[in-house]
Design a protein around this ligand. Structure first.
Ligand code: BEZ
Ligand code: MG
Length: 580
C-alpha cells in the first residue's frame, strides 16, 4: 500500500487505518513459535499465549464469559469490537480494541505469575470488572494451566507399547475444547449423528453469509455453484462447522429423529433464507468418508431434497442445474444430482501434493486431472434409496466442476495453516485447478478464518500473504523453528514448498514472496550459514525450490539473482557430496 503525499487527509487516514488493521491482524494471529516436542510441556510463554486465546471465548459450561467482553463492558465501551465479514473497524473501535487486548494480556500475565485472585483484583482496579465475573474465568484457566504443565505422552506411549489401556479423550482444537487436556491420551471422534451441533449450525450461518457476501461484492451476484472441501478431523474439532456451512449454502436445516439423531434435513423457506439456494459440489476426504458415513448420507439427501423443491430456477440453482442436465445430457435425475465425491473405497488423498513436491508434472492442468482421478467416486443414495458407496463417477464430477465459480475451505484450527502442511494445496488447490480446466475459467478461491472471535473470509491470495507475513518471513516464527535445529530448517523448507504448491495449483503467490524468501534465507550470509550448518539438505532443497519457481514461471526475477542462487545451490551440493 502506498501513501501518496497528494491524498486528501481523510483518504490518507483511511489507508493508514487499513494498514494498521492489517498489522494488528498479523500481530494477533496466534503463531506457533516452535514445534511440539513429544513428552515435553510447552514453555511458560506458550502457555500464556494459549491461555489468553482460551479466555477470549465464552465458556458457559463453567459459567465463565469471554474476558474481552467483560473488560469492554467494565470500561463502558459496550461489547468488544469484532470484525464480521468485510466490515472494517473505525479508528475509535480499533483504539478500544487495543485497550481491551492490552488489559487481557496483562491480566493473563498477572494470573500466570501470581494467581486468580490477583488477576481478578487487577481487572477490578483497571477495568471495573466485577470479581465475581472474572474469577470464574481465571478458575477455569487454573485448571487448564495445571493440565498444560502435565504431560503423559511418553508414559502413555510406553504403556501403549506394553498393550495397556490408554484412557481416551476428545480429539479437538485445544482452544475450542480444552477438554483435550491432558495430552497423551487416545483421541476419540464424535458421534456423527450429532453433526452439525447447534453451535456449529449457528456459526455456519454467519460464515456462509460472509462467504456469499464476499463473492457478491466482487461479482455483483451470488455464485450459482461452489465447490467445498470437507475434512474429517476439522469437522470433529468443530462438531461439524464445515457440514453446517454446506447445509446453509443449500438452504436446509438439520432435523433429528425420535432417537435424537440428525438423520434428515428440512428446507429453510426462501423468504427466510433471503437469497437463492447455492449448488454445492462437495469433495470429502477419505477420513471424512470413513468417520462421517451418516453425514455423507445427510449431505446427499440434502442435495436431492433441494433439487426436488418446486421453486423458480433463479432461486434454486441446484434444481436449475439438475433439470438442465436431465434435459440436455439425456441423464437421469439420480445421476444429475450427484454432489458428494471422495476417493475410491479404502483409498485416501489426492496425490497432488506428492506430484508437486517431487516436481513430477509438466503442465499445470495435470494436477487438476490427478485430483479428479483420485476423487471422482460418488457417495450417497440414488433416487430409489439404493446406496452408492464409492461408485466411479468421473463424468458426473467433470460436469459438476464445469459449473463451479468459487471454491472454498473452512480453516478452523489455531495450529495449522495454509503453508504448514501440503494438504491444503493438494485439496483446495487441486480442486481449483480441476475447475479451471473444466469451467474454462479460474474460480474465485476463498478460505474462512473462523478461528478467532472475528469471522472473516479471505481470498486465497490474501491468505497466502497473511501466512507468509505471520509465519515464513516472521523472525518470531523462523527463529522459533531454528531453535529446533535440523528439524526446524526442514520446517522452513516445507513452508517454502507448500507456498510453491499454491503457485502450482492456483498461481496465488506474488513475486515478492519468493524474493523475500530468497533475501531472508539465502542472500543473508549469516542466515545461510546457520541453515547449512544445521541442515544442508533442506537448505539445498529451499534454494532448488526457488530456482524451480522461476523455471516454471511462478517467479519473475532478474537473471543476476538466478545466477547467484545457482552458484549457492552448487556450493551446497558440493557440501552435501563432501567435496567442499
Ligand atoms: C482429514 O481430517 O480429513 C484430513 C486430514 C489430513 C489431510 C487430509 C484430510
Ligand atoms: Mg506470479
Amino acid at each position: 500500500m502506498s501513501l501518496k503525499q497528494t491524498s486528501a487527509p481523510t483518504e490518507r487516514d483511511a489507508r493508514v487505518l487499513e494498514l494498521y488493521e492489517q498489522l494488528l491482524e498479523i500481530e494477533q494471529r496466534l503463531i506457533p513459535t516452535g514445534l511440539h516436542i513429544f513428552g515435553r510441556p510447552g514453555s511458560m510463554h506458550e502457555r500464556t499465549d494459549l491461555l489468553k486465546t482460551i479466555a477470549s471465548f465464552d465458556r458457559p459450561e463453567v459459567g465463565a464469559r469471554a474476558l474481552p467482553d467483560l473488560i469492554a463492558e467494565g470500561l463502558g465501551v459496550g461489547s468488544y469490537p469484532r470484525r464480521i465479514g468485510q466490515t472494517s473497524l473505525s479508528e475509535a473501535q480499533l483504539t478500544e480494541r487495543e485497550t481491551v487486548d492490552r488489559l487481557v494480556d496483562t491480566a493473563v500475565r498477572v494470573f500466570v505469575e501470581t494467581n486468580s485472585e490477583s488477576a481478578a483484583a487487577f481487572l477490578k482496579d483497571q477495568a471495573a470488572v466485577k470479581v465475581e465475573q472474572s474469577l470464574p474465568v481465571f478458575k477455569f484457566l487454573e485448571q487448564i494451566s495445571r493440565e498444560l504443565k502435565v504431560n503423559n505422552e511418553l508414559e502413555s506411549l510406553v504403556r501403549a507399547l506394553r498393550g495397556e489401556f490408554i484412557e481416551p479423550g476428545p480429539g479437538a482444537d485445544i482452544v475450542q475444547n480444552p477438554n483435550v487436556l491432558p495430552t497423551g491420551r487416545n483421541t476419540h471422534a464424535i458421534n456423527p449423528y450429532s453433526v452439525p451441533s447447534t453451535v456449529a449450525f449457528a456459526r455456519g450461518e454467519i460464515v456462509a453469509n460472509c462467504l456469499l457476501e464476499r463473492f457478491k461484492s466482487e461479482n455483483g451476484r451470488y455464485p450459482e455453484t461452489m465447490a467445498l472441501v470437507l475434512w474429517g478431523l476439522d469437522n470433529i474439532k468443530t462438531q461439524g462447522e464445515g457440514v453446517a456451512q454446506a447445509l446453509w449454502l443449500l438452504g436446509v436445516r438439520p432435523v433429528t429423529d425420535s432417537l435424537n439423531r440428525i438423520t434428515s434435513v428440512a428446507p429453510i423457506p426462501l423468504e427466510a433464507l433471503g437469497r437463492p439456494r447455492i449448488d454445492v459440489v462437495m469433495t470429502v476426504s477419505g477420513i471424512f468418508r470413513d468417520l462421517f458415513s451418516p453425514t455423507v448420507q445427510l449431505l446427499d439427501k440434502a442435495v436431492r431434497l433441494v433439487a426436488n423443491l418446486d421453486e423458480p430456477f433463479d432461486k434454486n440453482f441446484i434444481r436449475k442445474h439438475v433439470s438442465e442436465q436431465v434435459s440436455n445430457d439425456a441423464c437421469n435425475f439420480d445421476e444429475a444430482a450427484i454432489r458428494v465425491f471422495s476417493n475410491a473405497p479404502g483409498s485416501y488423498g489426492t496425490n497432488v501434493n506428492f506430484m508437486v513436491t517431487d516436481s513430477q508434472w509438466d503442465r499445470d492442468e495435470t494436477l487438476g486431472d490427478l485430483f479428479v482421478t483420485r476423487k471422482c467416486f460418488a457417495y450417497g443414495r440414488d433416487g430409489q434409496g439404493r446406496p452408492i458407496e464409492g461408485r466411479e463417477a468421473g463424468v458426473a464430477m467433470d460436469r459438476a466442476l464445469a459449473r463451479v465459480e468459487a471454491t472454498y475451505q473452512n480453516i478452523d484450527t489455531f495450529e495449522i495453516g495454509l503453508t504448514d502442511v501440503d494438504h491444503y494445496f493438494e485439496y483446495l488447490g487441486g480442486i481449483s485447478k480441476a475447475v479451471e480446466k473444466r469451467a474454462q475459467a479460474k474460480p474465485s478461491i476463498y478460505l474462512s478464518d473462523s478461528l478467532s472471535r472475528d469471522i472473516k473470509i479471505r481470498s486465497l491470495e490474501e491468505t497466502v500473504q497473511l501466512e507468509t507475513r505471520a509465519k515464513t518471513l516472521n523472525p518470531k516464527w523462523y527463529e522459533g523453528m531454528l531453535n529446533h535445529g535440523f528439524r526446524g530448517v526442514a520446517e522452513i523448507e516445507n513452508h517454502v514448498t507448500n507456498t510453491f504448491g499454491w503457485s502450482a495449483t492456483a498461481d496465488a503467490v506474488d513475486d515478492w514472496v519468493y524474493s523475500e524468501v530468497a533475501k531472508t534465507f539465502v542472500f543473508d550470509e549469516s542466515m545461510l550459514d546457520r541453515l547449512r550448518d544445521l541442515n544442508p539438505h533442506s537448505a539445498h532443497g529451499l534454494v532448488q525450490r526457488l530456482l524451480e519457481a522461476s523455471a516454471r514461471g511462478y517467479w519473475d526475477v532478474e537473471q543476476s539473482v538466478l545466477d547467484q542462487l545457482r552458484e549457492i545451490a552448487r556450493s551446497l551440493e558440493d557440501q552435501l557430496e563432501g567435496v567442499a
